[in-house]
Ligand binder design. Structure first.
Ligand code: SF4
Length: 396
């Protein structure tokens, strides 16, 4: 099973869509999905604007069910954000600090290892992203990853977004390929997809001036895929982008995937606005988040997994997202600062059982996976000790 997927999912989907009774305005989209034809920009517009969210969600869920039946995947990881010192100042970012800020921090290699040690007995992945540190070059990260692999050989390192790779390459006077290759040899296992924001340079010029361009983001991921480093991809929505720019974003990711097949998972997440950052941005509503999940599932027919990032969208919406086309939910994150500084109030220390309950409440079955979707195990919540039933007072 590639990526945990039913191999004859397309056939299954065609059968299920045949018996689907849905409004006629969805007919051409349904027949494209049934035949495996990718949806067009116009289809994307229709899906982003239709008022019939129920039908959209139903179709997205059918696609998810055909690919993965009732499985919903998660892994057990810890997020360690190695530094919040950053040479850039993206408008939407509540995490970065200037070097002299009183709460600026940088974990040296020993501190990072000691942090990871606290979680090492029960996680199989460390997810590390951070600011663009003015001095940490490829040698720093190579030493860090080698130490991690030396101390915790079983832990997969998923680290560094595309802009961090670009920054490290620049600091080290190396090409992107040389940088990625050196980091891979030191233990880097995969790249998270962060930093894609919206792959449209007009939007990027406003919300994250100075970050990598759309083409650079795609090129860094392309190079990683060519070096057999799997990656994820993301979309930050609800800042200032138009629907057309969202669709452009999805189509660019789909095009790269058809070239390299190196994206494992797509993670859409809404901007969590506050008064100080991007006041012109609008808070994405619950239905907007569910719509983006469903549209992503339908437009990105060649990216297997769509993730509900509960750290950002919260447990309630994450549960619904699993009924709107998502098949993956972010793992039992033990420690995370970026989304929390940006306003998320999802509880930390959420253990496997709590996560499994969200999955069960959505009508799916929890399946624990590894980072690269090559090993899977059904997760069964251990039985709680039986409660003693005490007699109730009669009330009168
Ligand atoms: S989003 Fe990343 S690159 Fe931009 S300011 Fe924040 S930490 Fe720096």
């Amino acid at each position: 099973m590639a990526a945990g997927e039913n191999q004859s999912w397309q056939e299954l989907l065609s059968q299920s869509l045949q018996s689907l009774d849905c409004p006629s305005e969805f007919s051409s989209i349904v027949s494209k999905l049934a035949s495996g034809e990718p949806l067009s920009r116009e289809d994307g517009h229709f899906l982003f604007t239709t008022r019939d969210l129920d039908t959209l969600g139903n179709i997205a869920n059918l696609v998810k069910q055909s690919r993965f039946a009732d499985s919903a995947f998660f892994n057990v990881n810890v997020h360690i954000n190695q530094t919040n010192i950053c040479t850039l100042a993206c408008k939407f970012c509540a995490f970065r600090r200037g070097r002299r800020a009183p709460d600026a921090y940088q974990l040296d290699i020993d501190e990072y290892i000691e942090d990871l040690r606290k979680y090492s007995s029960h996680v199989d992945e460390v997810h590390s992203v951070g600011g663009l540190h003015p001095e940490w070059d490829v040698d720093h990260y190579s030493s860090l990853f080698s130490r991690v692999k030396n101390e915790f050989p079983e832990i997969h390192i998923k680290a560094l977004t595309a802009v961090e790779i670009k920054h490290i390459a620049n600091l080290s006077n190396l090409s992107i390929r040389e940088t990625l290759s050196t980091l891979k040899n030191s233990g880097l296992g995969s790249l998270p997809g962060g930093g894609a924001e919206i792959l449209d340079d007009d939007v990027r010029a406003i919300i994250c001036r100075g970050k990598e361009s759309s083409a650079e983001y795609l090129d860094i991921h392309r190079t990683a895929h060519q070096l057999d480093i799997p990656t994820n991809c993301t979309m930050l929505f609800g800042t200032i982008e138009s629907i057309d720019q969202r669709i452009t974003h999805l189509l660019k990711l789909r095009d790269l995937q058809s070239e390299t097949n190196g994206f494992q998972c797509f993670v859409p997440y809404p901007f969590l606005p506050d008064d100080s950052r991007l006041p012109e941005a609008q808070l994405a509503t619950g239905s907007e988040i569910l719509r983006v999940i469903a549209v992503s599932r339908l437009m990105l027919n060649n990216i297997p997994h769509i993730k509900a990032y509960r750290m950002n969208i919260g447990d309630e919406i994450a549960e619904l997202a699993l009924q709107f086309g998502a098949d993956d939910i972010d793992g039992t994150v033990q420690k995370e600062s970026i989304m929390h500084l940006a306003g998320s109030n999802a509880p930390l220390d959420h253990d496997k059982n709590e996560l499994a309950k969200i999955v069960l409440n959505s009508g799916s079955s929890p399946v624990q996976r590894n980072t690269t979707y090559t090993s899977f195990e059904k997760y069964i919540i251990p039985k709680a000790p039986e409660r003693r039933n005490l007699p109730m007072a009669s009330g009168d």
